[in-house]
Design a protein around this ligand. Structure first.
Ligand code: HEC
Ligand SMILES: [Cu+2]
Length: 332
């Protein structure tokens, strides 16, 4: 006993998130991708088998406690069985068969999901974990973005996983299992979003103080919507003059050492590409909505949104922030 009741509690605790399925549903029991369904099915199978074992063993225990409770009548002791070969063989062989079957089914699931080469017609994306944000590069399409991964509905997506610093782990529970991003190594994962929607995920390997704010959003869209998103992302930054001439301010500050803006500056790369910043719903890998207030707060002091973020507090004056805000908001 001990382990199984705990599992039961855990099961109902995690499973209850189905009922509560809010916008940020992270339940592995609610897959929308053929790369996630086998994981749910395997869990259910293993859980079913151990559930039956639990009921049988605990049932036998409770039954014998009640049936053979001492009532001062020595003659009612349970019959003792010693050295019965058939019984010894049965309770050795049955567990071996159960464990072996579960082992085979598990290996089959692992192998069926493992994919080291992109399948025909897949969209290829390179996902790089940084402390504490995600970079997504669509090399074939010439797009670099951050925090939010756009994909077409119903098409397999083949993700190459890397890390720029420490070990991270890419996990979007409703789309696929989790796979680590390891420095100097390339791992792979695939998924296919069979519905239009936003699927939430999270770095699943403790990677430093702001690990919990290293979120992932996968946005699956109808193919036409995806294509128009691609067409916009492929454009260089629009040249829109602003009153306070924010572009000059941006170029005069250290921003350019860390951030790229296609068509403007490409010496950065340490921080997120800002070319189409305003096309994102969130900033800082989902740590805050991309609202005017939050963007401003971020420029004033990134720590107020993500304490310890690797973008320094630039001690900008209000005037500089006004100018930068104007400029950043042209980056659609
Ligand atoms: C030392 C490198 C560095 C400098 C200098 C820097 N940034 Fe950043 N910036 C980062 C990093 C790293 C992030 C991602 C932080 C995170 O999410 O954890 C970031 C995030 C951002 C974001 C949010 C982007 C997104 O999609 O989430 C904006 C906007 C931004 N920086 C603007 C600026 C501006 C404007 C300047 C200049 C005033 C600047 N940064 C200077 C490193 C830097
Ligand atoms: Cu991480």
């Amino acid at each position: 006993m001990g382990r199984i009741p705990l599992l039961l509690i855990l099961f109902f605790a995690t499973n209850s998130s189905i009922a509560l399925a809010g916008p940020e549903n992270l339940s592995i029991f609610d897959p929308v991708s053929p790369a996630a369904t086998p994981i749910r099915d395997l869990f259910m199978l293993v859980f079913g088998v151990i559930g039956i074992i639990f009921v049988i063993t605990e049932g036998a225990l409770i039954w014998s406690i009640i049936r053979y409770r001492a009532k001062g009548d020595e003659t009612k002791e349970p019959p003792q069985v010693y050295g019965s070969n058939p019984i010894e063989v049965a309770w050795t062989v049955i567990p071996i068969i159960i464990v072996f079957t579960l082992f085979l089914v598990t290996t089959r699931s692992i192998y069926s999901l493992d994919m080291q080469e992109a399948p025909e017609g897949a969209l290829k994306v390179k996902a790089t974990g940084h402390q504490w944000w995600w970079e997504f590069e669509y090399e074939d399409l010439g797009i670099t973005t951050a925090g939010e991964l756009h994909v077409p509905e119903g098409i397999p997506v083949f993700v190459e996983l890397r890390s720029a610093d420490v070990i991270h782990s890419f996990w979007v529970p409703r789309l696929a299992g989790k796979i680590d991003c390891i420095p100097n190594r390339e791992n792979h994962l695939w998924f296919q979003a069979d519905e239009v929607g936003t699927w939430y995920g999270q770095c699943a390997e403790f990677c430093g103080s702001q690990h919990a704010k290293m979120l992932i959003r996968v946005i699956s869209e109808k193919e036409v919507d995806f294509n128009s998103w691609v067409a916009n992302q492929q454009l260089q930054a629009a040249e829109i003059p602003t009153e306070a001439n924010g572009k000059e301010t941006f170029l005069s500050l250290a921003c350019i050492n860390c951030h790229n803006i296609q068509g403007v500056t490409t010496v950065g790369g340490f921080g997120p590409d800002l070319t189409h910043l305003m096309s994102r719903d969130t900033i800082a890998s989902g740590a805050a909505n991309n609202s005017t207030d939050n963007l401003r707060l971020w420029l004033q002091n990134p720590d107020s949104i993500k304490e310890g973020a690797l973008m320094p507090n630039m001690m900008l004056s209000d005037k500089e922030i006004d100018a930068l805000m104007e400029y950043l908001q042209t980056l659609k």
